[in-house]
Design a protein around this ligand. Structure first.
Ligand SMILES: O=c1[nH]c(=O)c2[nH]c(=O)[nH]c2[nH]1
Length: 274
């Protein structure tokens, strides 16, 4: 029985990069985490140890830093630049995947910032002769104090969960959307997608997180024509009403214990019907 190499890729994970733009009195800041992964004609590399087809991961990291010298721009564009470059460098490299996270900073003053909780912007670019671009957001934490119910589910011998007509609904949104083009107003698309997620979460009267998830994905597709599909991963951050009766106190939806683990994890893709 022959033993052969399966799918493989290699790259530099999590190059942390901050770029400061000092041209104006008000400095500007871009804070990124960039991961690169290359694949191609690399069987010999794994079988014999010959490194003549390897674009060193150290070189991949240096390229990220050097390209940032000219400016980063939108992370989708930065990813496209990098991915195309890696594939063009060596005949052995056929495919590049560049994943970028952009951490949000809010201005405090001309040269002062605070890390904000508005969500981490995401971009993933794959280039193998053709380019595909995914955008997204993660760690966008949202909560509704009411307008959320959960009831009507079947009960079996293991069901203990009481039905509720009023609960807290909270989640940390993790969303990834696939663009149908590489010519997009990236900043506008991101801002509209993010606002759509927030608005749909806030305005949907919810009977389940599944229903809220679909409303959020649908709103993104309605508002951003360049997005073909959205994948959402929503952890249900359970808030349990605390029993205060041992202390002779009532609790009319005031004090909650916030569960950590386990949590419900609701995931789905929302797509345009073709
Ligand atoms: O919105 C919810 N969806 C579920 O599938 C589920 N299951 C559960 O126990 N609580 C909830 N809440």
């Amino acid at each position: 029985m022959a033993i052969v190499l399966g799918e493989n890729q290699y790259g530099k994970a999590e190059t942390r990069l901050v770029r400061v733009d000092r041209d104006a009195d008000e400095h500007r800041l871009v804070d990124l985490n960039v991961s690169t992964a290359l694949s191609g004609d690399l069987t010999e590399t794994h079988l014999t140890g010959a490194n003549d087809k390897v674009l060193a991961t150290d070189t991949q990291k240096n390229t990220v830093l050097a390209f940032a010298r000219d400016g980063v721009g939108q992370i989708e564009t930065f990813g496209l630049r990098l991915a195309r470059h890696y594939v063009g460098q060596l005949a052995s490299i056929h495919r590049a995947r560049v994943e970028i996270e952009q951490y949000p900073w809010t201005r405090l003053g001309p040269h002062s910032f605070t890390r904000s909780g508005e969500g981490t912007r995401l971009a993933t670019v794959v280039f193998d002769g053709e380019a595909t671009v995914e955008g997204g957001i993660k760690d966008l934490t949202v909560l509704n104090t009411t307008d959320s119910e959960f009831w009507g589910y079947p009960r079996d011998e293991y069901t203990t969960l009481p039905e509720t007509k009023d609960r807290i609904l909270a989640t940390a949104v993790n969303a990834r959307w696939r663009f149908s083009s590489t010519q997009v107003e990236w900043a506008e698309a991101y801002a509209t997608a993010r606002a759509s997620l927030l608005d749909a979460f806030a305005t949907t009267y919810s009977y389940s997180l599944q229903q809220t998830l679909f409303a959020m994905g649908k709103r993104v597709l309605e508002n951003v024509p360049d997005i073909a599909s959205v994948r959402l991963s929503l952890p249900n951050q359970h808030h349990y009403l605390t029993d205060l009766s041992p202390f002779d106190l009532d609790n009319p939806g005031v004090v909650f214990h916030v569960g950590d683990r386990p949590y419900g994890l609701i995931e789905a893709e929302v797509v345009r019907e073709t």
